[in-house]
Design a protein. Structure first.
Length: 289
């Protein structure tokens, strides 16, 4: 679901924005960088795109929370308070965020037909700052039950390393949110309305935020592929060892390269039975190396 929303809410508007920039730059390169969204069609598409981005992040983080909830019950972890706190912060954050996006401007059409300087809600500095802070707080709250859960699980060193890599990838998404808050917030503070250059920066950071969040979530699914590859490799190595041992056993009275180690002596003494009795006589075979 998150991937579908990502494609519709970020990729398609991103292509549209790039096409717009190329067209405007051909007409007047200087004015293209300073031009704001001047028509209702552009404003409406940006508003819909922002709603798509917001719902995408909500779906991704809900998937994280459901995954952690399942781990809590499987591990029989009794310390579920951090999990409940994270769920509460997540629900309050995204419900309040959707209310702000839809009801900050009244009527709703003011988001693409602005009649006051505080609309649209996407370009409003107070709304942008509030939503960005709520997004970062939710990201940090989601990490809270994870640290509590780690103390209840017995993990192998490889699993710990894999989990550290996944957390590192997920932290890049949080860093992208912080960068978006600082960079885009500063630009909106200098200019009350978003121009094309600011929109490009905002789009790129939003896509990076979604990308790393999705990669961090789907990363554990490759664990089965990695384990299967390791088992197949181990099976092949074991098969080669068995073949090598059989090869050596069949020719144990001869000297082959790679079939055991030779003694420091130049000869190999092998006992052969006498023809007349049970005693053996020693026969020396010289092995030149």
């Amino acid at each position: 679901m998150a991937c579908i929303l990502d494609n519709t809410g970020a990729t398609i508007p991103g292509v549209w924005l790039a096409a717009k920039e190329v067209t405007r730059a051909r007409m007047n390169p200087v004015a293209a960088e300073q031009e704001r969204f001047g028509n209702s069609h552009d404003l409406k598409l940006i508003f819909v795109e922002h709603i798509g981005y917001y719902l995408t992040m909500a779906c991704i983080k809900a998937a994280y929370m459901l995954f952690y909830t399942g781990l809590y019950f499987r591990a029989d972890c009794r310390r579920k308070i951090p999990l409940y706190i994270a769920w509460g912060i997540y629900a309050a954050s995204y419900i309040s965020g959707l209310f702000l996006l839809f009801f900050w401007c009244h009527p709703l059409s003011d988001n693409w037909h602005p009649t006051n300087p505080y609309c649209s809600s996407v370009f409003s500095l107070p709304i942008f700052t509030t939503l960005a802070l709520l997004n970062i707080i939710t990201d940090l709250a989601i990490l809270l039950p994870l640290f509590t859960l780690l103390s209840s699980l017995r993990l192998q060193p490889l699993e710990k390393a894999s989990l550290a890599v996944i957390m590192g990838i997920g932290s890049i998404s949080i860093v992208a949110s912080m960068v978006r808050l600082v960079v885009v917030g500063k630009r909106l503070k200098e200019k009350p309305q978003m121009d094309w250059d600011t929109a490009r920066v905002c789009f790129l950071l939003c896509i990076a935020e979604i990308l790393f969040a999705v990669v961090a979530f789907v990363g554990p699914s490759f664990r089965g592929v990695f384990i299967g590859w390791r088992k197949e490799r181990s099976r092949r190595e074991s098969k080669q060892e068995v073949i090598q041992e059989e090869f050596c056993d069949k020719r144990r009275f001869r000297v082959f390269e790679g079939c055991g180690s030779l003694s420091d002596e130049k000869g190999l003494r092998v006992g052969t039975p006498k023809s007349s009795g049970g005693e053996t006589e020693d026969t020396e075979f010289s092995a030149r190396i």
